[in-house]
Design a protein around this ligand. Structure first.
Ligand code: PEP
Length: 249
């Protein structure tokens, strides 16, 4: 049985005091049947780490360097993340791919480094509107899944979550219909099956991301292949994120 995984990506929002205040509001809501994660900006990780320490609310980072240490101005290493209590890192977010030019091979280096250092990974994949309209959804998603997981042994897969985030649905208010999203999730599961076999495909947790809100989370989570949500805008306030965390209560 796959356990639902609800994650909030705060992106470049919140000062340390704002982040701590929101984390304190969310801790009591992390008491249901799902796994729960918040990913504050780097500057707030340490302080938020103190708030969530010992609670079921997991601490996530939004990115990580592909290098372990050294002359990499502006980067943050896997060891630095672990040092402040980070348990999960989001890699390959479409904003990293599209604004900062991250490619699958580069993302794959980060995935390997995170897993080698016992950090869980949320690997984001998803097509742009242009790619969807050109009928390229499966080809794009397959390339991103295969590229991101290249060389990752099956034994590490329980530390990997895939987030399907159609770019045209991120921050736009447009959500994929539950049926459309489920079809892509089923396809991702098929790709995992081809790479690792049936058991691994059945066990893979696949989150949906793209304008998830309190009003649409239930119908999305009801789909057979949707095992959680990666939430941006609606994760920035307790009044919208708590109902998403508690969608099943
Ligand atoms: C995201 O950026 O991961 C995301 C899904 O954002 P939003 O929920 O705002 O669409």
């Amino acid at each position: 049985m796959r356990k639902t995984f609800i994650a909030g990506n705060w992106k470049m929002h919140k000062t340390v005091s704002e982040a701590v205040a929101l984390a304190k509001e969310l801790v009591p809501a992390a008491d249901g049947n799902s796994r729960y994660l918040i990913a504050p900006p780097f500057t707030a990780l340490s302080a938020v780490g103190e708030v969530v320490k010992g609670t079921p609310l997991l601490l996530g980072a939004q990115n990580m360097s592909n290098a372990e240490s050294g002359a990499h101005t502006g980067e943050v290493s896997v060891h630095m993340l672990k040092d402040v209590g980070v348990q999960v890192v989001i890699l390959g977010h479409s904003e990293r791919r599209l604004i900062y030019g991250e490619k699958d091979a580069f993302i794959n280096e980060k995935v390997k480094l995170a897993l080698d250092n016992d950090l869980e990974v949320i690997l984001c994949v998803g097509e742009t509107l242009e790619q969807r309209e050109a009928g390229e959804v499966e080809q794009v998603v397959r390339t991103q899944v295969e590229g991101g997981l290249k060389g990752i042994p099956e034994g590490f897969l329980d530390k990997v979550t895939i987030a399907y985030e159609p770019v045209w649905a991120i921050g736009t208010g447009k959500t994929a219909t539950p049926e459309d999203a489920d079809a892509v999730h089923a396809f991702i599961r098929k790709v995992i099956k081809e790479m690792y076999g049936d058991k691994a495909a059945e066990a893979m947790v696949i989150q949906y991301g793209g304008s998830v809100k309190p009003g649409n989370v239930k119908e999305l989570m009801a789909m057979k292949n949707i095992d959680g949500a990666l939430v941006g805008g609606a994760a920035l306030k307790a009044e919208t994120f708590v109902p998403i965390m508690k969608y099943d209560s």
